[in-house]
Design a protein around this ligand. Structure first.
Ligand SMILES: [Zn+2]
Length: 234
């Protein structure tokens, strides 16, 4: 990846506090379609959840997904998987795709390549052991991709995926309506939506906005004849 492309995605995805920069999405998804999960074709949108599993929210998300016959990708934290193994298995058993969000939720800008590689290995091992699935996709905390992220992924045979649309559901002021509005601020067709199934790294209670928004997001995508599912490479 060239330097311009790398800096564009670093700026665009610098983190939860970078909402003012979300206008970069139309640019980044075009120049970095594979990394941003913008490769699903115009009749398909992927839904993904970060930071879980979390007993306060993940079961509610699973219920909404089951009721609407929807599958998604869950980017799990190794630390959460260790604490909530049976819930982790439940997500996998429901037929959702399982991916890695790291063992710890730490910004890669401030970590060495070796530390990142170790974190990814530790996270991948615990998620693979618990789910008995091979983990291939990785989303770095805050979407920040550093040289160490690339090194860590290479060492652990992982592919980086960020997102094209987000609900900004981590914010204390988020409501179901703001999450829906943010998700549809840009055309989601062909892309990947970022939501969360835990508030362990964000404002306490913020994920209630996700619970309210998710059925509305699913209905609106289906109304627009868009198929919904996990991240795929098709
Ligand atoms: Zn996260």
């Amino acid at each position: 990846m060239n330097k311009i492309a790398m800096s564009a995605i670093s700026i665009a995805t610098v983190g939860h506090s970078a909402s003012a920069l979300s206008w970069f999405f139309p640019l980044t998804k075009k120049i970095l379609p594979t990394i941003t999960g913008y490769n699903h074709g115009q009749r398909y949108t992927a839904i993904s959840f970060d930071d879980g599993p979390d007993p306060s929210y993940t079961p509610l998300i699973l219920e909404i997904l089951a009721n609407s016959n929807t599958k998604a990708t869950f980017f799990m934290l190794g630390q959460m998987v260790e604490k909530y193994k049976s819930l982790t298995k439940e997500v996998a058993d429901e037929g959702h795709a399982i991916a890695l969000h790291g063992y710890e939720h730490r910004n890669h800008l401030f970590r060495s390549a070796k530390t990142i590689a170790f974190d990814l290995r530790r996270g991948k091992e615990v998620v693979e052991e618990t789910t008995e699935r091979k983990i291939e996709l990785y989303r770095p905390p805050y979407g920040v991709i550093s040289g160490g992220t690339i090194y860590g992924c290479h060492k652990n045979d992982l592919k980086v995926i960020t997102w094209t649309n987000w609900g900004r559901d981590w914010r204390a002021v988020a409501t179901a309506q703001t999450v829906v509005d943010d998700v549809f601020r840009y055309d989601p067709r062909g892309g990947t939506i970022l939501l969360h199934d835990s508030d362990c790294t964000s404002a306490p209670g913020s994920i209630n906005s996700t619970i309210g928004a998710l059925p509305l997001i699913i209905d609106r995508l289906r109304d627009e004849s868009i198929e919904i599912g996990p991240i795929t490479s098709r």
